[in-house]
Design a protein around this ligand. Sequence first.
Ligand SMILES: [Zn+2]
Length: 802
Amino acid sequence: MYLALRKLNVLGSVLYIAAHPDDENTRLMIYFSKDRMYRTGYLSLTRGDGGQNLIGNEQGIELGLIRTQELLSARRIDGAEQFFSRAYDFGYSKNPEETFTKWDKEKILSDVVWVIRKFQPDIIITRFPTTGEGGHGHHTASAILANEAFTAAADPKRFPEQLSAGSDGKFVKPWQPKRILWNSFNFGGTNLTSNDQFKFDVGGYNPLLGKSYGEIAAASRSQHKSQGFGVAASRGEAIEYFKTTGGSTPINDIMDDVELTWKRVQGGQAISKMIDNLSSSFDLFHPENSVKGLVELYRSMSKLPDGYWRNQKLKEVQQLIEQCSGLFLDATSPEQFAVQTDSIRINFFLNNRLGVNAILKDVSIDAFDSALNMSLSKNKNAIFGKPVFVPPTKPITQPYWLENKMEEGYFNVRDQQKIGQPDIDPAYVATFTINIEGLDFIFFKPVKYKFTDPVRGEVYAPLVIIPPITFRDFNPLYVKTETQTGLEVSFLANKSVTIPDARIVSHSPVSKADTLPLLIGGVSLSKKQVYTETISDKELDPKVYKINIAPDSFRGGYIQKSIAYDHIPYITYFKEALLTVKKFDLKIIGKKIGYIVGAGDKVPEALEEMGYDVTLLGDKELSRNNLQQFDAIITGVRAYNTDAWLNNYYDKLMKYVDGGGNLIVQYNTVNFISNVKSRIGPYNFEIVNRRVTDENAEVKFLNPDHSVLHFPNEITQNDFKGWIQERSIYHAANFDKTNFETIFSMHDPGENDDEGSLIISRYGKGSFVYTGLVFFRELPAGVPGAYRLMANLIALNKQKAF
Ligand SMILES: [Zn+2]
């Protein structure tokens, strides 16, 4: 409270800009937010969708949802605010030119400009230089965009659609920050700092918080758990270096020539004096004694001319009034899910713990409004509840960036006001109007699901709006093979429903809508009941279906997806129940596959679609099972990085290969967080960080007679069409060609050919394969060539002639 009180007298702001969750310099941001007491923000262009997930199998948009929440957790610790652009983290990019072919540079630039115009930073800091030393193309692109936006934000001719026509406060005005600086770095063996750069120490200690900035930074940074970025606390001097890339170069202080006091607001000097008085008379044991003064301050501030700092500081004062009063305001639901066309109960709980003069005048949410006149007595609980009907028009809880179909490189967001917003809006917001010391204040509190967990204690989680019927998740890709029998579809009644004349309908976006046979009718389901039907194989033609119940009054065309980890709030989103049916020429030899899971991927589902029986193999299963029963054993992505116990089975796996087995190892990484600790193959090879990120890169056949190109499927150039995102990552290198055969050669534009995407070795009666080819991306995406090539890899030890 005391820190917040002192902060009222500081009118300055800093915006940090980079590309991904974890790029930000947390220690510097905490220093700005808690020591300098500036309004501090981080604009991460992406949500980190494309990285690796070290805690689960979520990839793509799901990983982005996790990292969004991890960043918000970090911000709760360091006190900065979070923003995002529409850019999608589509995976590793070698240079900014490639990045901009996917991002739509003008759109993402407009987002950066919008955030700058809204946040109005005095200075902007980039993590990376525009010249490429940041490595990843997204990094360099983030610096290029930040520097272009530094100028464009001030130019009324750029993105004029963002500019305010009237005074509704919804749109923005041009804004020129004082300067933009690159926060140069010394990590990963690259030292780009130098003593002639502008520098200062951010390693101080904050006695009000009882912590060094390096200690708080470690707590904040360690929230990036999906990336395994737990770090140790640091203490002592920590020098940060800066190079000015736009605006005037600072001489004495990074905020040179920025007015940081109430002088920047007309009539603000009197306000400054009031804040000084409140600070000097603040009683740590009786913060409530400051409430009258704070209410007076609020009144005086409200009379200042409308403007950025007036409005920002009014919010801060109101928050302080709430804290100094010891006010507790809570709106919760005993249920996690509110079902459209059903009712939920919302409980309100208030306590005026320090006994300021407070009268509750009104409580409302969008479904009701109750005028009250209830005096809140000191430390007495005020409790009441209301049932609330959830109308069918109430939108289901969906992150706004997933509402529309996305492009390859960015999300489609139609509402300009949402741009930059880090998170979804709460399902319901409770509005409490409370008169405190003679002035009415309106407090907004999101309605949360509250429960007590026997292990974690009291937990608050988001309240989620769901439709009356949701489909159970099914594999969105159906491959028609000789062994397929049909698709099992289940749906769940989220409330009791009667479906009078229902069928599962379908339509293809490419042809006219059509309907699958009537499946059910006149069915009554009680709440939580699951109904299952099978759509037979002969009903499924190769096209895209949307699975739904007709008529659509049950709004059931969705699959509810949830992601739960202890370090972040519970995440829910919905995906449309779409089914892609594919039919292509695919022969398989062999039946039983053992799959060692690793970091998590959706390859086993694809193998089952192909007609194999898949047994998942963990530590126990590997020790108990006779491996010779498997036609092939495949290791999931990064298995040797994540499963240290694999080292115990090296001999057993080699014996399996020697005896006629077939071990197929998908990519493993080599970098600072993960190392391969176990031996992998029968002969030595290394894994290196070499990749082919161009998904259309030409593939040359080095070894055209090799059985992997002919048996049982004939592989041609056609099989390398339609790949997504990339070809191959983490290639094999430094192997002896008498032991390993190479099959393909490929390269990214401007680079040399590389032969390490697939290496095959014979060992005893069997075979061993290491491959960086991204089957984990191509199989779930339904790329036929990846299926046919995988089938051939599995059949490697089945052909005598080989
Ligand atoms: Zn990054």
